[in-house]
Each structure stands twice: as C-alpha cells, then as structure tokens.
Design a protein around this ligand. Structure first.
Ligand SMILES: C[S@@+](CC[C@H](N)C(=O)[O-])C[C@H]1O[C@@H](n2cnc3c(N)ncnc32)[C@H](O)[C@@H]1O
Length: 214
C-alpha cells in the first residue's frame, strides 16, 4: 500500500540514530531510499554513484568483497542483481540502527555469502587478518567522510587487506574540490603501484576513487 501511495506523494518514516542523527526512510515513486538530514545514504543517487564505479571493475575476477559502510545495503543489491555477484561479502557498519534498517526496511539477509559486522571500520581494519579482492569504502556521517578515513594509517591497512591485484572503490567526497587529505590519499595509492583514477562530480555530486593493484 505504501508503495502504491508513494506514486502520489512521498511517505517518510523517521528513525533516530546516535551516529547519524535523524534517518529518513522514504517511499517515493514506488522506490524506498534512506537519507540523513543532508545526504542520501542508500538507494537513490548513492546507488547509481557506486554502480558507476563497479562498472569499471572486472567482477568475474572478484571472489571476496569487503564493504566498509553498509548503510541500507544498496550496493549489496547492485552487486547481487545488476552484476550477478554471488560470492562472499563482508559488510561493516558502526551503527546498529542502520543495520536494523537494512534488514527490516530493505530486506537485507545475512546468509552464507553475506556477513554483517557491527563495528567501527577503523577498529575492524586494525584487527583484520583477511585479504579481499574488492574493498568498497563508503563511510559517511551525514555529508562528511570522518577524518580517520582520510588519514594514511587507515590506507596502509586498506592496502594490507587488499589482494595483490585487488581493486579499491572509495566514495571519497561530496565536496566540489579535493581536500589536501584526499590528495594525499590519491598520491599514497599511486606511490604504492595502484593504478588510480579519480572521477569527479559523479552523478553531479560525488568524487569517486578507483584504484587497482598492478
Ligand atoms: C553512505 S552510507 C553507506 C551506504 C551503503 N554503502 C549502501 O550501498 O547503501 C554511510 C555509512 O557509513 C557508516 N559509518 C560512518 N562511520 C563509520 C565508522 N567509523 N565505521 C563503520 N561505519 C561507519 C554510517 O553508519 C553509514 O551507514
């Protein structure tokens, strides 16, 4: 019923999160999306932005994905449905409220191929011993990437967790210009033999970094 009504007017449910403030789950034109006060977190334009990056990766060579920033799980849907990726995904999110929303509002199912971890991604990377063929980094609090994820200690851990010719897809910014910290991350990746492409204004907004081990 909500889906049908949403063709006539948007229907929004608000949920409080200690991490992200008010989260809004909105039915609009028969589709549901997840937003914060100022940003789209899942489905909607965010899903299109990550799909743009995934189209540039040979997913046939990918046997394991680490997703930092689960949100409502729209990139999991994209991987499964648009790219028929059926192998393992480990998804990390700090926010139990967001994980509940992914499961209860967006039908995300923990199964043998999807492992959801409720943890700070910074801590996860500090203690992680696994290696992944594709690491997707989509960590935002509202419109901001928290600073630790633009600092080189985190990026050293990302490279350690990446297989030798693995790919890294980083949803890096909503800003119009690249920050000094982001420029340092790009230089760091290039200097570690990662072929690194920067896509600006993807979907008119985000900066996306795609890095592949050579
Ligand atoms: C844009 S949403 C992710 C959207 C998701 N990738 C998708 O495809 O729908 C950003 C997510 O980053 C999470 N996040 C922010 N800081 C985090 C941290 N320190 N550790 C883990 N998750 C974090 C937020 O809780 C939020 O769910």
């Amino acid at each position: 019923m909500a889906k049908l009504l949403s063709y006539f007017y948007p229907l929004t449910k608000k949920v409080h999160s200690d991490h992200s403030g008010t989260l809004e789950i909105t039915w609009y034109n028969g589709r549901k999306h997840l937003d914060t006060k100022n940003a789209n977190y899942s489905y909607g334009s965010l899903q299109r932005i990550l799909k743009f990056g995934l189209e540039k990766i040979n997913l046939k060579q990918v046997n394991s994905v680490l997703l930092l920033g689960l949100g409502g799980g729209s990139v999991v849907e994209t991987l499964r449905h648009d790219f028929s990726y059926s192998k393992t995904i480990t998804a990390v999110d700090i926010d139990p409220v967001v994980i509940d929303i992914a499961k209860n509002e967006f039908n995300l199912k923990d199964d043998a191929h999807l492992h959801v971890v409720c943890e700070d991604a910074l801590h996860y990377m500090q203690t992680n011993n696994n290696r992944y063929d594709l690491i997707i980094i989509d960590l935002f609090i509202d419109t901001e990437v928290p600073m630790p994820f633009l600092a080189l200690p985190f990026w050293k851990q990302v490279l350690t967790a990446s297989t030798s010719n693995g790919a890294i897809l980083f949803n890096a910014s909503l800003e119009k210009t690249k920050s000094t910290a982001l420029i340092a991350v790009i230089e760091f990746l290039k200097s570690h033999k990662y072929h690194t492409e920067v896509f600006e204004k993807v979907n008119n907004t985000n900066t996306l970094i795609l890095s592949k081990g050579l």
